[in-house]
Write a protein that binds this ligand. Structure first.
Ligand SMILES: *[C@@H]1O[C@H](CO)[C@@H](O)[C@H](O)[C@H]1NC(C)=O
Ligand SMILES: *[C@@H]1O[C@H](CO)[C@@H](O)[C@H](O)[C@H]1NC(C)=O
Length: 275
């Protein structure tokens, strides 16, 4: 959950500042032993050595936003650090800025995030100039966070699934309802870090993960995006593992790797145009 008591740094998008692109490099552990790849345009920087999950950082200078490394550091150092650890935050942030810089005009990317949390301000900073939309199932929480941070765009969704009855979803998966503006939109990047999924009465990540894959394929087929990076958090859990096996193990989806974390492992996938 996010910056509800003023602990988080203010959100800024200062185009006058030179942007420093911090690239997460170094080794990342991989899913099923496949070599990991950084999910952005700057993969050549990756060393691929060893099995460390922390990685090191390299800086590139680009024109644009404030350095997102500062936003990551502030979030990690705050009284309410995000569940994603520093290496995981940097991995996503590097992908956002790498892809945003590579986009026509360097204008940022379209980023859909399931879950409003202590990491939200990092995504707005890292995707400075782009569009970041959060989908959240707690209206109270949306009100709380957007009161403090009016530049965070969060929309309410609801989930029908329950963790104590995943069989129902896997037997006959359904596409969750999203606000119309989101349903029509396309995204270069999607982070699935919600809804909650560790108590029997929690919704679990079935609907959000399934929706992410579906909308990625829809936008690729429509020619709206060339590819879509999907980040999925907590992939060490049984339901997330099953979701990967069911919906993210396909010929048009490339596994990019995983970064482990004490509060959950983060995996990335690239959905591409089918051959
Ligand atoms: C947000 O929630 C926190 C408690 O988690 C509370 O202290 C704060 O006053 C709330 N802010 C708003 C604007 O509702
Ligand atoms: C799941 O938990 C809810 C209560 O949270 C309960 O109403 C429902 O019957 C449970 N479903 C199964 C399949 O156990």
């Amino acid at each position: 959950m996010a910056c509800h008591d003023g602990q988080c740094p203010p959100l800024r998008c200062n185009w006058a500042l030179g942007m420093t692109l911090v690239l997460l490099v170094g080794a990342m552990s991989s899913l099923r032993g496949q070599p990991s790849r950084a999910p952005d345009a700057y993969t050549t920087q990756q060393s691929g050595r060893g099995s460390s999950t922390t990685g090191s950082a390299v800086r590139l200078s680009l024109q644009g936003c404030e350095p997102y490394g500062d936003a990551v550091q502030s979030a990690v150092d705050s009284a309410h650090p995000p569940y994603l650890n520093q290496a995981q935050l940097l991995w996503i942030a590097a992908a956002l800025q790498g892809r945003g810089a590579a986009a026509a005009g360097g204008g940022g990317t379209r980023f859909l995030v399931f879950g409003l949390g202590y990491d939200s301000q990092v995504w707005v900073a890292a995707n400075c100039g782009g569009e970041t939309i959060f989908l959240e199932d707690s209206a109270v929480w949306i009100h709380n966070v957007t009161t403090s941070y009016p530049n965070i765009k969060a929309l309410l969704v609801s989930y029908r699934g329950r963790l104590n009855d995943t069989a129902k979803f896997f037997a006959s998966p359904w596409l969750m309802e999203v606000p119309e503006s989101v349903g029509k939109a396309c995204w270069e990047n999607i982070l699935v870090d919600a809804p909650m999924g560790y108590k029997p009465y929690h919704p679990g990540r079935m609907e959000s993960t399934y929706y992410a894959v579906h909308t990625a394929r829809r936008c690729i087929a429509a020619g709206e995006v060339a590819d879509v990076i999907i980040f999925l958090h907590d992939v060490q859990r049984p339901v997330e593992s099953k979701l990967i096996a069911r919906y993210l193990a396909a010929p048009d989806i490339v596994r990019l790797g995983v970064i482990k974390g004490r509060n959950g492992n983060l995996a990335a996938f690239r959905v591409v145009r089918p051959l």
